[in-house]
Write a protein that binds this ligand. Structure first.
Ligand code: SF4
Ligand code: SF4
Length: 304
């Protein structure tokens, strides 16, 4: 089984729109939305939730007002300014608490509990393109990397059970912890870039990240007709860095239309754009070794 992760160094490159199109085109796959801080693949796939699981990570300190004597020691000790007075007792701001446990250990009245921290939820759903694993981290919560790792593990297990050949994931934007958790151990990264100054800069950052982890990476230039010079610059960068450039996708109003209709762009009738995306998906399948027959055909063509 192969795991392909679509990533971008920044938001707004059209990564999710293209991942939705690939989800439409791919066969025998488990779909996974790893952007757990701000998931949006579900807006297009409209999945029907079949199972909801709670996500706990780390611990949080909670003062029991019935046991608190209001001595204020905990507030003096907390380096994160999470504890403040509330009437005759003290209380903890859960958004500031880093879960260091110091106040729990030092409270003379043993008035501070330290339960697992409820950080979010994850879901197993069904959609018109197949099964989807997705999640939502609660606002202000951290540990998104752990939730990403958990989602990937669940998606892989489900794919293995169904004897699917692919887990196709929409990774988080940027290069932070959730992106690293999305990439580690995957088979292929598909970097969705765009021909802008920041797009070029962020491509470099995410390409560095892939290189650091020894991850094979391919590049798609989305919204390609926005700036020809910037496209040429990205292509030159890919050649220099030995990055596998799969091609360009034009900036097309159909992407907006598809978003409004809550569809993948390949579900709309437009032969040229859909054909372009199909070609790119086909190349991704080959690069990932998903379709040995296609690989063989390509090798034969090259030899001819
Ligand atoms: S140290 Fe314990 S008793 Fe003192 S204010 Fe904090 S929670 Fe209350
Ligand atoms: S667990 Fe640590 S960070 Fe949280 S309130 Fe207590 S001392 Fe502050």
């Amino acid at each position: 089984m192969k795991e392909i992760v679509c990533i971008s160094g920044k938001g707004g490159t059209g990564k999710t729109s293209l991942t939705a199109a690939f989800s439409h085109l791919a066969e025998n796959k488990m779909i996974c939305d790893l952007d757990v801080d701000a998931p949006d693949l579900h807006l297009i796939l409209k999945p029907r939730i079949e199972a909801t699981e709670e996500f706990y990570s780390g611990n949080e300190a909670i003062i029991d007002p019935d046991r608190c004597e209001g001595c204020g020691q905990c507030a003096e000790l907390c380096r994160f300014g999470a504890i403040s007075q509330s009437g005759e007792v003290y209380e903890i701001d859960p958004l500031r608490c880093e879960g260091c446990k110091l106040c729990v250990v030092m409270c003379p009245e043993e008035a501070i509990d330290f339960p697992p921290r409820h950080c979010g939820q994850w879901f197993r759903s069904e959609s018109r393109f197949g099964s989807v694993f997705h999640a939502q981290l609660f606002p202000g919560e951290e540990n998104s990397g752990r939730l990403v790792a958990l989602l990937r593990q669940e998606a892989r297990q489900a794919a293995e059970k169904k004897r699917y050949s692919l887990v196709l994931a929409d990774g988080a934007p940027g290069i932070g912890c959730p992106v690293i958790a999305s990439l580690s151990g995957a088979d292929l990264a598909v970097i969705i870039s765009e021909p802008t100054v920041s797009g070029r800069h962020d491509l470099e950052r995410v390409a560095d990240l892939c290189a650091y982890f020894g991850m094979p990476a391919t590049v798609v230039i989305n919204k390609a007709d926005l700036n020809e010079d910037a496209c040429l610059d990205i292509e030159s960068f890919c050649r220099k860095r030995g990055l596998d450039l799969l091609g360009r996708v034009p900036h097309d109003q159909l992407f907006v239309e598809a978003m409004i209709q809550e569809k993948a762009v390949t579900e709309l009738e437009d032969a040229a754009l859909s054909d372009r995306i199909r070609e790119i998906w086909s190349a991704i399948e080959i690069r990932a070794g998903l379709n040995e027959q296609k690989t063989q055909e390509t090798i034969t063509l090259k030899e001819e």
